[in-house]
Design a binder for this molecule. Sequence first.
Ligand code: SF4
Length: 197
Amino acid sequence: MEYTSIRKNFEKHGFSTQLFRTKEEARDYLVEILHNQTIGFGGSVTLLEMGLYEALQQNNAVVWHNKVPSRDVRRMAGCANIYITSANAVTEAGQIVNIDGTGNRVAMTSFGPQTCYYVVGRNKITPNLDEAVFRCRNVAAPQNARRINAKTPCAINGDKCYDCNSPGRICRITTVIDRAPMGMNCEIIFVDEALGF
Ligand code: SF4
């Protein structure tokens, strides 16, 4: 993966960047810099695989609906000054693409926290915006739908998006973040291994 140019592109778009070889190194970095904070987490298998909740909970108050699933917990996470999530896809040109069902993650990455950290495994990096949206719909969403036992054709067949109209459809809001939102510090933490969906 050619991280030098990808990082440069994100930095031109107002993001700071870090690069780590492993998820453990990325986790240790966040543990090192975050103390006595209220931290909201977005729904993310990446964060789960990193053991980040348990690691940060030692010195911070971490709010994550994965631990206590409810709309209220999502709202509480929305009040945190620090927000940590992953992305369904990013582009080599420096854009972030996410698809949500509830909308808490796309809201928080657009407006709210002072600082937003994205942890991005190499499997999330795509050449361009079309491929990023394709990845969100045909790779990330079917696996996420299957993970939560959604009654959707992608979860049942596990192969691709059917652009369904199921009540359980998890693809309801798509965001493309072209530049770091005004007034928000955004950092992309690249990890040179496959992480999450
Ligand atoms: S639109 Fe429906 S079929 Fe397509 S990925 Fe989303 S939930 Fe699955």
